[in-house]
Design a protein around this ligand. Structure first.
Ligand SMILES: N[C@@H](CCC(=O)N[C@@H](CS)C(=O)NCC(=O)O)C(=O)O
Length: 227
């Protein structure tokens, strides 16, 4: 069991509050932001501990003992159990709330957006953002943008088509599907994608930003380049 700690949650009306879940995170990560955003919507107190992922902080022996994937976000539950993977964390925290429908077709449909995010969106939207923000202009990885970005635009196009018909990705109210896909999509310009081409997505971004208890992504302390 984690000992109860006290922290100040940024962008929250709370000042000092007892918390019992711990999130390994990094301000530059929109995967981590997914968790912080849902926690804010649900008013869940979570202590956030930043891991310096750009200087090997996620590959230390100590961190690999917590998460052998060597990645953030990783959540430590109040009973000490470990939960990696942003979308699994979203589902865990959203259980029993309107952000995750109960078992049946609706829940499966929300899950299909989460798998879409990981397979068809994240590698072609989040990875270009990483390349553009964390490699020098002559870095060999810049060549990947030529094949990644068209696929990213295709994924956002699929979202745009859906959001032309419904206010949120699965119907009339927000779910974890919206949170998972909002995270990197709303930073489209940083990913090399012009959101002006996707008007329904732009309206949806504003809709999410107007939800009660919305919290913005944290700015990174500094932008670090990788070799
Ligand atoms: N599928 C994972 C991806 C997590 C991920 O890519 N994390 C990155 C930051 S956004 C990370 O920890 N990178 C550091 C590393 O791989 O060492 C999820 O959705 O949580």
């Amino acid at each position: 069991m984690l000992s109860q700690t006290f922290c100040q949650l940024e962008g929250s009306s709370r000042d000092v509050h007892p918390v019992d879940m711990l999130l390994y995170d990094n301000a530059e990560s929109a995967n981590g932001y997914k968790v912080r955003l849902l926690a804010s919507f649900l008013d869940l107190p979570i202590e956030v501990r930043d891991v310096d992922i750009f200087s090997g902080g996620s590959r230390t022996e100590e961190f690999l003992a917590i998460n052998p994937f060597g990645q953030i976000p990783t959540l430590i539950l109040d009973d000490g159990r470990i939960l990696p993977e942003s979308n699994a964390i979203l589902c865990h925290l959203a259980e029993g709330t309107p952000f995750l429908p109960t078992a049946g077709y609706d829940r499966s449909r929300v899950l299909s957006w989460l798998f879409f995010e990981q397979y068809s969106h994240e590698p072609y939207v989040a990875t270009p953002r990483f390349i553009l923000r964390h490699t020098a202009p002559d870095h060999p990885r810049r060549a990947e943008l030529t094949w990644r970005l068209p696929r990213g635009k295709r994924a956002i196009g699929v979202m745009d088509q859906t959001l032309n018909a419904t206010p949120f990705l699965h119907g009339e109210t927000p779910t974890v599907a919206d949170i998972a896909l909002f995270a990197y999509t709303h930073r489209g310009e940083e990913c090399g994608i012009d959101l002006g081409d996707f008007p329904a997505v732009q309206r949806w971004i504003e809709r999410v930003q107007c939800l009660p208890r919305f919290t913005p992504m944290r700015p990174p302390a500094e932008l670090k380049l990788v070799d």
